[in-house]
Design a binder for this molecule. Structure first.
Ligand code: LRY
Length: 230
């Protein structure tokens, strides 16, 4: 029996997203696996990773629940696990939870989110997390069969809050609107923002760049030092 999302991820847990895009000095699956091992040592409750190579490498070395995504195609469109095949490949690679674009936008093959979810569910019982941008999208994704909804895409689709921090308003609205766990993901920069997300009703939080992207962390320090007036 496949474990449900809440059986895998404890309430108020920290999920660490270990991703590095093409062009990053960290763009190696082994480096992502070492990031994942570091997150495990630090007490993370779960991990999130992109692509079959990284997911396979991480799952061979770290025994934590692993949210797998398979980013394919144009980042301006539906690109987080945009097809049934992309989802099943990430499960074969070792993901214990699938995350996918949960917006109402048609998939690149023309199918709807509801079609995609139904076809994935016919093939696997692995829980599905819908990355959404609005409360309407979260409600529709839940109706279509998503097990969990996350604020991941708020600010990235032309709708929602594109502010510098997490979209706490969306966390609050989703927590009131859906009967499943709500995950706060996207632009959580520190522990206070993670706590604020829990206070807004998040079941758990996903933190990526603030933990696993040293380029951004360095830039933040450099930019701040640049404001020093002697
Ligand atoms: C919009 C999009 O493509 N988000 C991606 C989803 O997996 C990742 O690039 C983010 O790093 C991840 O969501 C964690 O967010 P943050 O790195 O802000 O903590």
């Amino acid at each position: 029996m496949t474990a449900t999302f809440t059986e895998q991820i404890p309430q108020h847990g920290l999920i660490v997203s270990c991703q590095a895009t093409t062009g990053s000095p960290l763009r190696e699956s082994m480096i992502m696996a070492l990031m994942a091992e570091s997150a495990e040592l630090g007490g993370a409750a779960g991990l999130r990773a992109n692509g079959t190579a990284d997911v396979a490498m991480i799952s061979s070395r770290v025994d934590l629940p692993l949210i797998g995504i398979n980013k394919l195609g144009d980042p301006a469109g539906v690109f987080i696990t945009p097809s049934v095949q992309a989802a099943l490949e990430i499960v074969d690679a070792g993901a214990t939870i699938i995350a996918l674009d949960g917006t109402q936008r048609p998939r690149p093959d023309g199918s709807s989110l509801a079609d995609q979810l139904a076809m994935i569910k016919a093939e696997t019982q692995v829980p599905i997390m819908a990355d959404v941008d609005t409360v309407e999208a979260g409600m529709a994704a839940r109706r279509a069969g998503a097990d969990v909804v996350a604020t991941t895409l708020s600010g990235y689709t032309g709708t929602g809050d594109g502010g510098p921090g997490p979209d706490l308003g969306l966390v609050t609205a989703l927590a009131a609107a859906v009967d499943c766990p709500v995950i706060a993901e996207g632009r959580i920069r520190d522990e206070s923002e993670a706590l604020a997300a829990l206070a807004a009703g998040a079941y758990a939080v996903v933190v990526g760049s603030a933990i696993t992207n040293p380029v951004l962390t360095t830039r933040r320090f450099v930019d701040r030092l640049g404001t020093f007036a002697s």
